[in-house]
Design a protein around this ligand. Structure first.
Ligand SMILES: C[S@@+](CC[C@H](N)C(=O)[O-])C[C@H]1O[C@@H](n2cnc3c(N)ncnc32)[C@H](O)[C@@H]1O
Length: 166
């Protein structure tokens, strides 16, 4: 599990707990968030390695052997990307999601990767289509849990990752 925008490592921790044998690697560039999260992870003995710095430069330094599968949750800050009328523009997150896919694909060109991208119930269609073109296959899911700005969901995007039945 590789979370480029680890924050509190809440998402990473739940993913690692849900898959026996999985290990977590997270990246966080904010000094204070890194300090607090590192302290919390140590207190509970979580199997997560949290690295301090900008994921865009650090991901390439952290290799995974052979064809080890990687699940990559991606929830960068949305900034101004969520517009009440047109929905979430995935090309305007900070950094844009497609740039992050490029970073991962450069760093791990052989590993099967399942990207789990946090989304909103309304997505600007053009950037979504452009992003989906980057994957071997993709699926959009919306969860039935309302937040202050609407329901959230995920875009699953896969590279070299076989679906059951393929
Ligand atoms: C929306 S939060 C992620 C929440 C996280 N998934 C969780 O479960 O807590 C985004 C986090 O990414 C961090 N961040 C933003 N840009 C980053 C970058 N380029 N490299 C590393 N961390 C970054 C922010 O400081 C913030 O903590």
């Amino acid at each position: 599990m590789v979370d480029a925008f680890a924050g509190s490592c809440n998402a990473l921790l739940w993913l690692v707990r849900g898959l026996p044998g999985a290990v977590g690697v997270g990246f966080e560039f904010d000094d204070e968030i890194f300090r607090l999260t590192s302290r919390n992870l140590a207190a509970i003995g979580a199997p997560i390695e949290l690295l301090h710095g900008d994921c865009r430069s650090l991901i390439g330094e952290r290799r995974f052997p052979g064809r080890q599968p990687i699940v990559a949750p991606l929830s960068p800050p949305w900034g101004e990307a969520l517009n009440p009328k047109s929905g979430l523009d995935l090309s305007q997150t900070k950094p844009p999601i497609s740039k992050m896919i490029d970073v991962f694909e450069r760093a791990y060109p052989e590993n099967p990767i399942l990207y789990v991208i946090e989304t909103h119930e309304r997505l600007a269609p053009e950037p979504l289509a452009h992003l989906r073109d980057k994957f071997d296959w993709s699926e959009v899911e919306v969860f039935d849990v309302g937040g202050p700005t609407g329901r959230h969901g995920v875009l699953l995007g896969a590279q070299r990752w076989r679906r059951a039945g393929d």
